[in-house]
Ligand binder design. Structure first.
Ligand code: SF4
Length: 356
């Protein structure tokens, strides 16, 4: 609960356009449809406007994608201004370093954005190439200094480890160079192989589990040493800079998604919109619902999911929810809860099978 505001309620806005598709990406995004952007924004405005009256005070908004930073500040503002924000709401935008400069970031700030998530992924040129990213190291450094110069209260540096050809030394360089940019929040995800991606068709480029474990431990050690605190398996932040929108997801909070492929959740009921921007726009134009399907979780399913999510956070789970036999060294007691140790975070899925 946020004092004086009420329970958290998130809004997610999906922007399904990218300059170029990264080799590992399975998100609902397209790199050949920029001609649809202005129609899509018009569609978002319509969808948000028709739902805004039903929304409670919104404590966090997240523009994700895709590459939301392909939206001009006025386009982003036209959507954001329809959302009934709670006082002090967090408004995050995912930005690709290639697509932002001081002017665009200033425009976002003026439109009400409070937080930027910068998709750096690596600060080694050959690793960026191996990931199929469109930007170079200079773009990341330039974008980070522009984010800082524009005075954003909070921002995230998003990193990926485990690409082919990335040594432990390369990963250390990325972390050290990343920390020099002074991000108050860092996300570091192990590269995963998603079906249907170019990466999935090339086993020679698959990440190695042991290598990723070493890289995770190095990340935790360097990030923690720099004063960032692990608050979820893949997320570290200086105190006060944790992402409120992520907290909403991880605490099974309610949220409403807008745009194609966006998911929503309300008290155990989940639904999601049609996947492609064309279908989304066609349905809106025909005055028909854009929801593709939904499901309802019963109380048993909700409890299981709640514990799985909580186990991945530094808040942990109640002691009675976990059978700890044989889990020595993987969980520890903190403030009356059971929380994963660093070794436990590496085996989180195995530990989760012991939830009861
Ligand atoms: S920029 Fe992000 S959303 Fe776009 S293709 Fe790359 S990983 Fe996917």
């Amino acid at each position: 609960m946020i004092p004086g505001v009420g329970p958290p309620f998130g809004v997610y806005v999906h922007v399904p356009f990218c300059l170029r598709r990264c080799d590992y990406c399975a998100f609902a995004t397209w790199d050949d449809r920029s001609h649809l952007i202005s129609d899509y924004v018009r569609g978002l405005v319509g969808e948000v406007a028709s739902a805004a009256g039903e929304l409670p005070a919104v404590t966090s908004v997240f523009f994700g994608g895709g590459t939301p930073s392909l939206l001009a500040p006025d386009q982003l503002r036209s959507v954001l201004e329809l959302v009934p924000l709670a006082p002090g709401a967090e408004v995050s935008v995912e930005c690709n370093p290639d697509t932002v400069d001081a002017e665009r970031l200033a425009g976002y700030r003026h439109a009400g954005v409070t937080r930027v998530s910068l998709g750096a992924q690596s600060l080694c040129p050959h690793v960026l190439a191996a990931l199929g990213r469109s930007h170079g190291v200079d773009s990341v450094v330039g974008a980070a200094s522009a984010v800082r110069a524009q005075g954003f209260d909070s921002w995230n540096l998003d990193l990926i480890y485990g690409a082919v050809g990335e040594t432990l030394g390369d990963w250390r360089s990325t972390l050290e160079a990343g920390l020099e940019l002074e991000p108050p929040h860092v996300s570091a995800y192990g590269l995963t192989v998603e079906p249907g991606t170019p990466l999935a068709q090339d086993p020679a480029r698959f990440p190695d589990d042991d290598d990723q474990a070493d890289k995770y431990q190095l990340a935790d050690s360097l990030l923690t040493g720099a004063g960032l605190v692990s608050y979820e398996i893949s997320n570290w932040a200086r105190p006060g800079h944790e992402c409120r929108h992520n907290h909403c997801y991880w605490s099974q909070g309610n949220y409403r998604g807008f745009g194609c492929a966006a998911h929503s959740h309300f008290d155990g009921r989940r639904w999601w919109n049609v996947r492609t921007p064309e279908r989304y726009l066609a349905l809106l134009d025909a005055g028909r619902p854009v929801v593709a399907a939904g499901e309802h979780l019963d109380e048993v399913q909700r409890r299981a999911e709640r514990l799985q999510l909580a186990l991945r956070t530094s808040g942990g789970v109640p002691p009675e929810a976990l059978d700890t036999e044989g889990l020595e060294g993987l969980v520890e007691r903190r403030r009356g809860r059971l929380v994963l140790t660093v070794a436990g975070r590496l085996l989180a899925n195995e530990v989760a099978t012991r939830l009861r």
